[in-house]
Design a protein around this ligand. Structure first.
Ligand code: UDP
Length: 380
């Protein structure tokens, strides 16, 4: 079975990192087409996954109006024609993002290849304009053979927005467990490299810097915690959120927290950094479609506190495998941080339970088999 993967981004967000893992299994019989160039291309090449950049920067915003939407679709047509031509050498088209769905739908009609849509988003007004939701829904309902939803939350939102339930199958992201086996040994050296000592209580935030990822909430929570609590913000503004970065830096300055907050930038050694943290905080203000960082923290054996909404609710059992706090509440977040600092034995137990559960639920080998079965059926 030969697969033509489509993704709109040149940068490695969660959807792209998930695709990277899925495509590894098909590296000798697939092509990944990107609609923008960037570091994601290099990551695919490093894994010997064939990749082709089809166009640079097709600018469709998530909050596009109808007119902008129609205009943007017009701009996607040449890309769709190119994909249609390429897809004749493949058994199916696998669209990994919304714009990829638009291109993939047109191409699948032209080349008569089946279309799979991997839904990594919650199709709600918090994330997408009504127009973009309508476009995604209509194309998925009309042209996709299967919609792979990355959580029950994204599946429900798809159905609530008018998507056909019978098309959907929920498949969680998979993680290569080998990458997390010896991660504890990297904890001390990484902590030292970051300049932290044993008594410091380090809270890590791992995400692109974007308002809805809520880094500002963790900074605010620090003001309710003792001086020994510090935070590292790992990640970059991937999609033009420069203003938010400036805002975060100003917030740190205004609160006199320069010595307790570090901006680390985008890193490829997330597991080592997570292992060096005493707690990982997930603070999204809108429901998270899945929440890869939550599972990654669990696999590292680092306790995690997450915002109680969307996919995070399927990943964390409050008080059993981590903690859930109401989204947007820095005081509650600070309370959990302080409880974790005060009760290391309980925290250790919870992190150990989380690690076992996450290894059982999110093993890449099992998840890849699940995806493969779906694709064989579609291509069949
Ligand atoms: N990530 C990374 N380096 C960074 C920050 C984040 O590799 O500096 C990764 C992180 O480990 C996770 C992904 O980016 O795998 C983010 O996925 P998530 O589902 O948490 O959020 P999304 O980007 O899909 O909104």
């Amino acid at each position: 079975m030969k697969i033509l993967f489509l993704d709109q981004s040149g940068k490695p967000g969660g959807a792209e990192l998930c695709l990277l893992d899925i495509a590894k299994a098909y590296r000798d019989r697939c092509l990944v087409c990107l609609f923008a160039d960037g570091s994601f291309r290099a990551m695919l090449e490093e894994e010997q996954i064939p990749v082709k950049v089809l166009a640079t920067s097709i600018d469709v915003q998530k909050d596009s109006s109808t007119l902008q939407g129609v205009y943007s679709i017009g701009r996607l047509i040449p890309v769709a024609l190119e994909v249609a031509r390429l897809s004749r050498q493949y058994d199916l088209i696998y669209a990994n993002t919304q714009k990829a769905l638009v291109v993939g739908a047109l191409a699948s009609v032209l080349s008569r290849r089946p279309l799979v849509f991997h839904l990594h988003d919650i199709l709600s007004l918090e994330h997408f304009s009504r127009t973009n939701q309508r476009i995604a829904m209509t194309l998925a309902n009309r042209f996709a053979s299967v919609v792979i939803a990355n959580s029950l939350a994204s599946q429900s939102a798809f159905i609530a927005a008018g998507g056909q339930a019978k098309l959907t199958q929920v498949v969680y992201n998979g993680f290569n467990l080998d990458c997390y086996r010896d991660v504890a040994s990297q904890s001390q050296p990484t902590r030292q490299a970051l300049g932290f000592t044993d008594p410091d209580f380090v809270v890590g935030h791992f995400s692109r810097l974007a308002p809805w990822k809520g880094q500002h909430l963790l900074i605010a929570a620090l003001t309710h915690c003792p001086e020994s609590v510090s935070a590292i913000l790992v990640g970059d503004a991937l999609f033009g959120e420069g203003d938010y970065v400036t805002q975060l830096q100003q917030q740190v300055k205004d609160l006199n927290l320069e010595h307790r907050v570090r901006f680390i930038g985008f890193r490829s050694d997330v597991a080592a950094l997570m292992a060096a943290c005493d707690l990982v905080a997930h603070t999204s203000t809108a429901p998270e479609p899945f929440g890869r960082v939550i599972v990654e923290a669990m696999l590292c054996g680092t306790p995690v506190v997450a915002a109680a909404a969307g996919g995070a609710m399927e990943l964390v059992a409050d008080g059993v495998t981590g903690w859930l706090v109401a989204p947007g509440d820095p005081v509650k977040l600070a309370t959990v941080i302080q409880q974790c600092d005060a009760r290391p034995e309980l925290v250790k137990e919870i992190a150990a339970t989380a690690r076992i559960q996450a290894s059982q639920r999110f093993d890449l080998t099992a998840i890849s088999r699940q995806i493969d079965r779906i694709l064989i059926q579609v291509a069949g």
